[in-house]
Design a protein around this ligand. Structure first.
Ligand SMILES: C[S@@+](CC[C@H](N)C(=O)[O-])C[C@H]1O[C@@H](n2cnc3c(N)ncnc32)[C@H](O)[C@@H]1O
Length: 371
């Protein structure tokens, strides 16, 4: 099968829809998170600028994260790195140079923070209807699993299910549930799993592959008939909700990231095309949900402020990770040039109240069933 047909199309930037219905119905039990009431009762993506600056939670403090302390389990493991030094960060050793973000402790902490952000945004570890799957849920794959935090929590939630996590980097913890294990694999190689999977999950992989279509095709083949694929991702470029971000360092940085990643053979603007890829591959009952995560506390509503606080932390702790390899190798920028740029980008992200430039990350969940 050829996997190039729809990947090179130009695509308009993802724009926020007026209103998005949250997919979790009111009567669904959220098993894995005990969410505050303002989470389950609000639409996720209704981003309205909060003009009432007297609200105390519109400050730039970490109070919203403190509100969500129950969800924070970032661990400080002291393990030997499996990484290569470069730009003061470490990168994966297996298939060196393929993936452009680091695999060091800073990045691992960010990935765990991002995991909690996703669980808060989607209010679940998964949205595909896998609980009452015909034939049952026995084998689950989380490809490009990162620290494995999703796989570990999913395995704990479903102790009778075998969960496999794969990644280029062996950065997962040693002590994990007995029904969970990890393998070092390149998801762009041929998949050679002995078992067929009932559910395949891939999250935050927009920056990873030369051909997402090819990888999703491997997932199609590795699923049993009736099994589900689910993709959860943030779509680059991150955007401004109005014209206040025009001319900002953040907007300039986003453009550089898109150009740099393209120069390195990756297209970070593919997430809005995932649904089309699944259609092209033969998946059925495909559902696409769109969410928007504010970066900062500028959007109205308690949930948006909590998400925005996490979103801002995530992007701030990812500035160097996203930039260093992509802008040095992709665009030939020097580390000093990048650091200078990131000072202004950081300032843009940290602007709050009336100064805020209303940044947000478009997020997508797409799932479909193999007929
Ligand atoms: C942004 S992280 C997301 C991790 C995890 N899915 C999550 O949501 O927490 C991307 C991960 O994909 C892995 N990765 C990148 N390219 C890969 C490839 N070709 N095969 C396997 N893993 C890959 C990276 O090592 C990294 O751990």
């Amino acid at each position: 099968m050829a996997f190039t047909s729809s990947e090179d199309n130009d695509l308009a930037l993802a724009t926020p829809p007026d209103k998005i219905q949250h997919p979790i119905s009111g009567d669904k039990e959220i098993k894995e998170y005990s969410l505050p009431s303002y989470f389950t009762s609000l639409s996720v993506a209704d981003l309205k600028v909060d003009s009432d600056l007297s609200e105390t939670d519109n400050s730039n403090s970490d109070s919203a994260i403190e509100t969500s302390d129950d969800f924070v389990t970032v661990s400080a493991r002291s393990r030997q790195f499996d990484g290569l030094e470069g730009n003061a960060r470490t990168y994966h050793r297996f298939k060196e140079g393929k993936y452009h973000l680091p695999n060091d402790e800073i990045e691992k902490s960010r990935l765990d923070l991002q995991h909690h952000l996703c669980c808060l945004a989607f209010e679940s570890h998964y949205l595909a209807p896998i609980e009452n799957l015909n034939g049952g849920l026995h084998n689950v794959l989380d490809f490009a699993t990162g620290t494995g935090i999703w796989a570990i929590e999913f395995a704990a939630q479903f102790p009778d299910v075998v969960v496999v996590g794969t990644d280029l980097s062996p950065i997962q913890p040693e002590h994990v549930p007995v029904n969970c294990h990890f393998e070092v694999e390149d998801a762009e190689d041929t998949w050679n799993f002995a078992q067929k999977f009932d559910y395949i999950h891939g999250r935050m992989l927009v920056t990873c592959f030369q051909s997402h279509l090819k990888v999703f095709g491997s997932a199609f083949d590795a699923l049993r008939s009736g099994g589900y694929i689910e993709l959860q991702d943030a779509s680059f470029p991150f955007l401004g909700a109005d014209d206040r971000w025009n001319g900002s360092a953040f907007q300039h940085w986003m453009k550089l990231l898109m150009d740099g990643s393209k120069a390195l053979g990756k297209d970070w603007n593919r997430v809005p095309r995932y649904k089309g890829y699944l259609e092209e591959l033969g998946f059925v009952d495909i559902v696409e949900r769109r969410f928007n995560c504010p970066l900062g506390t500028w959007a109205k509503g308690k949930k948006n402020k909590v998400l925005g606080t996490w979103g801002r932390e995530n992007i701030l702790s990812g500035l160097g990770a996203l930039s260093m390899m992509v802008l040095t190798r992709g665009l030939g920028m020097t580390v000093a040039e990048i650091e200078l740029l990131l000072v202004d980008v950081r300032n843009d992200i940290n602007k709050d109240g009336e100064q805020s430039i209303h940044l947000y990350a478009p997020m997508f969940v797409v799932y479909g069933r193999k007929p």
